[in-house]
Design a protein around this ligand. Structure first.
Ligand code: RB5
Length: 163
């Protein structure tokens, strides 16, 4: 599996350990920066990782910032990206299995190196189950995305138009 790896300066201290973990599990890394502790803006790295995934140059991505929050918010603005901050191993695999999460976001100021390694291993080893109820829910998520892109998001409706 090819994984696009990106971070801001807040995530940078964790990056080398994540890269080593990806190498250890046989994943190919597409390095999207940043490459130092110099202050940068996390949306730029969310954008880079998303672009690699959407171009088909990686199947999934891992984004690191200080908390994991800012970079996940930015990534989730990009159609086709389903990013989650997962600081427990259950969410790191269940997010893929049930929700088809394609970007794992971690906060380098929150998780220690050893937990981060386990989170990455859980994320990479997981696959979407394709079970009917999860496909149905994913399709509803995609419908929200489509409506928003078309400027037709219906805030008065609690159900999808195309269930
Ligand atoms: C950078 O200081 C920090 O704000 C950023 O890495 C991230 O934590 C934002 O959510």
């Amino acid at each position: 599996m090819r994984i696009a790896l990106g971070c801001d300066h807040g995530g940078f201290p964790l990056k080398a350990r994540i890269a080593a973990t990806l190498q250890a599990v046989g994943a190919e890394i597409v390095d999207c920066g940043t490459d130092s502790n110099c202050s940068v803006d996390y949306p730029d790295y969310a954008r880079k990782v998303a672009a690699v995934i959407l171009a088909g140059q990686a199947e999934r991505g891992i984004l690191l910032c200080g908390s994991g929050v800012g970079i996940s918010v930015a990534a989730n603005k990009i159609p086709g990206i389903r990013a989650g901050v997962c600081h427990d191993t259950y969410s790191a695999h269940q997010g893929v299995e049930h929700d088809d999460m394609n970007v794992l976001c971690l906060g380098a100021r929150i998780v220690g190196d050893e937990l981060a390694v386990e989170l990455v291993r859980a994320f990479v080893a997981a696959s979407f189950t394709n079970e009917e109820r999860h496909v149905r829910r994913l399709n509803k998520v995609l419908e929200i995305e489509r409506e928003a892109l078309e400027g037709k998001f219906d805030s008065t409706s609690s159900t999808s138009r195309d269930p």
